[in-house]
Design a protein around this ligand. Structure first.
Ligand SMILES: *[C@@H]1O[C@H](CO)[C@@H](O)[C@H](O)[C@H]1NC(C)=O
Length: 366
């Protein structure tokens, strides 16, 4: 029937019978009735739809309809959709009674949750029994830049020893962006930093690696705060704070500076006479900067500690030029670091003569 009449509703064949000899003509009409011998079929059994994840709910997307060569009730009567709660089906009826299936977005899409939706559209005819045809629809969700990069963690706390070698990696900051393509491509940049910090730390914009490009010095700066920004190709961004605490290393030896010193002393100088005024200091902090000062050797001098890291060297015994005419007084200062550093100065002191000896004969009697 489908071949002879194609889409004609009533398929009637006309023929004539002529009875020989009688000269009579009989008209014969043969109506070929339809049976459900064709199933609905889709021209494209596999289709792909590309829908932006920002598409609003209720949007409609026309689908190709199914063909069924049978007519009437034996042709396509209904459609149904299965596979995904994000989509539902609407069927429009055209001016000639044809049914047009449409995909309706029932629930907002999120590419980062589900990038593809697999749907099955089934067309059924009204025959007894009914025949069906299916089409597979794959919906690819197109990305929009709906996700900003996110730093994890959002704050970095670092403790760095001041003797960390130049070129070392301090930390690698990472921000993730679940978008794809350029919307998910994150670049890093320093957002807030001091002039000094910009010379010491360097951030790789692609990898997020922060390296030390200049040596640290606890004595010049014991903490830094950087703000790093991660930005995706669509301009969305996040920031992270990096707090760097520099820890002290005993890298400075204590220093002694001579504020005032005598180069000569009279041998009748009184006890407690001040010979030198010294100042000691150590640039390290804590135990590394705590100093102890002492005199080396059993000389007739001692140290007096004053406030403000000042020391006085004073005489502690009487002097006698005739016994010792010159002293080299070594003052030594040592810090309390694990590996203690020290330094020393030598004060050279000449004892001046006083007329404290009367002339004396070697022999009383000659
Ligand atoms: C003191 O030091 C100077 C210079 O090093 C040296 O010439 C001198 O002999 C020393 N004097 C004493 C008493 O050690």
């Amino acid at each position: 029937r489908e071949q002879l009449c194609e889409s004609v509703q009533q398929c009637v064949l006309h023929c004539e019978v002529i009875v020989e000899g009688e000269m009579q003509v009989y008209g014969i009409e043969v109506e070929i009735t339809d049976t459900n011998d064709h199933a609905p079929s889709f021209r494209e059994p596999e289709t792909e739809l590309r829908i932006s994840e920002m598409t609003s709910q209720g949007s409609r997307f026309p689908l190709r309809d199914a063909q069924d060569e049978d007519s009437g009730q034996n042709s396509v009567q209904s459609y149904e959709l299965s596979g995904d709660e994000h989509f539902s089906l609407a069927v429009q009826t055209g001016p000639h009674g044809d049914r047009r299936p449409e995909l309706v977005l029932a629930k907002a899409l999120d590419r980062e949750m589900t990038a593809f939706h697999e749907l099955v559209l089934r067309a059924s005819d009204g025959g007894e029994p009914s025949r069906t045809g299916t089409a597979h629809i794959r919906v690819s969700v197109l990305d929009v830049n709906d996700n900003a990069p996110v730093f994890s963690p959002a704050e970095y706390m670092l403790r760095v020893s001041e003797d960390m070698p130049v070129g070392s990696t301090l930390v690698t900051v990472t921000a993730t962006d679940t978008d794809e393509g350029i919307y998910g491509h994150v670049k890093y940049l320093m957002k807030k930093f001091t002039e000094k910090a910009s010379k010491i730390f360097q951030l790789d914009s692609e990898t997020g690696v922060i390296t030390l490009v200049q040596s640290l010095d606890f004595e010049e700066g014991d903490s830094f705060e950087l703000v790093v920004q991660a930005q995706d190709g669509g301009g969305l961004y996040d920031t992270a704070k990096i707090r760097i605490t520099v820890t002290d290393v005993n890298d400075n030896a204590p220093e002694i500076s001579i504020r005032s010193v005598l180069s000569t002393i009279s041998e009748d100088a009184p006890l407690g006479m001040v010979v030198a005024l010294l100042h000691v200091r150590d640039q390290d902090s804590g135990a590394n900067g705590k100093v102890q000062c002492s005199l080396v050797g059993g000389l007739p001098f001692r140290l007096q500690s004053l406030q403000g890291s000042l020391y006085r060297v004073v005489t502690s015994r009487g002097l006698d030029r005739e016994a010792v005419s010159e002293y080299n007084v070594t003052v030594r200062v040592v810090d309390s670091g694990l590996r203690a550093l020290w330094s020393s100065v030598v004060l050279s002191l000449h004892v001046l003569d006083v007329n404290d000896n009367a002339p004396m004969f070697a022999e009383e009697r000659y």
